[in-house]
Design a protein around this ligand. Structure first.
Ligand code: FBP
Ligand code: MG
Ligand code: MG
Length: 339
């Protein structure tokens, strides 16, 4: 039997790392752990139960909500609310921020959570790995008062924790509290997450690039030039093109093997597609904590001051030297810096 530390043990043993360690963050991470297990159970039998396909509604992004989007949203919302640790939640599947009301001391809670309950929705029905992404901030509004939008619109470098769950060949929960990146694998027989990937680090160089080349003609010239650079027969190139179409899964592979994931602006998506608050910021925090980098083509993602809950941003995230190379190409076209 392996002697890996469990996630529960790790959270407790490392509570000291957390400046405000009053146990709230540990309880918050434990509730995410519980919700991940419940969602994992449904994801694993997606073909058997009535959990595939669309519900017939569109979310504020104009996307057709998948049944699993709605189910995962309900489970994470309910688990976080029931554990009485957050004062507000924002989700890809909720048009507005959710102020936690009614619970005796909900307004006394210190944290807000932003979540992409089900990432990679287009892959649910075709048995390709999907994920969940979360980001945690300490509120800025006074404790004891209802949460405000400002509590959510904080730049990424103020995150106190971020992570994802990948529901793939195995189910993993990967997170950071600003002390490196830890990966835990679920032992489905025991229902326990074990520390399988301590101190995950991006290789500084990589040979994988992940971008939906189907939109090539719509990309800015800097992105087109970088793709050509990746495909050149020179030095350690051409790089391999790998694109799962689930941000979490593409990010996870690239963090382990070395690579870059890009979702740029395009004439079809002038601000890019991914959402700054619950996709770009948490992945940027993880990437930087793992020695990688994350930019919007020009600036550090985590320095962008958000203005809207569901705003989008272009993202170039991955191995440090690959992101820097991509930036060299983007810098040749400074006129594209404002999106
Ligand atoms: O199909 P496209 O345009 O390449 O977009 C794929 C990207 O969109 C996403 O599915 C967006 O996330 P959601 O599924 O949470 O909406 C990413 O996971 C993925 O990387
Ligand atoms: Mg997503
Ligand atoms: Mg989603």
């Amino acid at each position: 039997m392996h002697n890996h530390e469990t996630l529960g043990e790790y959270i407790i043993n490392n509570q000291k790392d957390f400046p405000y360690s009053s146990g709230e963050l540990s309880r918050l991470l434990s509730s995410i752990k519980l919700a991940a297990k419940i969602v994992n159970h449904e994801v694993n039998k997606a073909g058997l139960v009535d959990i595939v396909g669309a519900v017939g509604n569109t979310n504020i992004q104009g996307e057709n909500q998948q049944k699993l989007d709605v189910y995962a949203n309900e489970i994470f919302m309910r688990t976080l609310v029931n554990r009485e640790i957050v004062c507000g939640i924002a989700s890809e599947e909720e048009d507005e921020m959710v102020i936690i009301e009614g619970k005796d001391r909900a307004h006394d809670n210190k944290y807000v959570v932003l979540i992409d309950p089900l990432d990679g929705s287009s892959n649910i029905d075709v048995n390709v790995s999907v994920g969940t992404i979360f980001s945690v901030y300490r509120r800025v509004s006074p404790i004891g008062t209802p949460v405000t939008l400002d509590d959510f619109l904080q730049p990424g470098n103020l995150q106190v924790a971020a992570g994802y769950v990948v529901y793939g060949t195995s189910t993993m929960l990967v997170y950071t509290t600003g002390h490196g990146v830890q990966g835990f694998t679920l032992n489905p027989a025991l229902g326990t997450f074990y520390l399988s990937h301590p101190n995950m680090r991006y290789p500084e160089n990589g040979n994988i690039y992940s971008i939906n080349e189907g939109y090539y003609v719509h990309f800015p010239q800097g992105v087109k030039d970088f793709i050509k650079y990746c495909q050149e027969e020179k030095e350690d190139r051409p790089y391999s093109a790998r694109y799962i179409g689930s941000l979490v899964s593409d990010f996870h592979r690239n963090m382990i093997k070395g690579g870059i994931y890009i979702y740029p602006t395009s004439s079809k998506a002038p601000q890019g597609k991914l959402r700054l608050l619950y996709e770009c910021n948490p992945m940027a925090f993880l990437a930087e904590q793992a020695g990688g980098e994350a930019i919007d083509g020009y600036r550090r993602i985590m320095e962008i001051k958000p203005t809207e809950l569901h705003q989008r941003a272009p993202i170039f995230v991955g191995s440090k030297n690959m992101v820097r190379k991509a930036k060299e190409f983007m810098d040749k076209y400074p006129e594209n810096a404002d999106y």
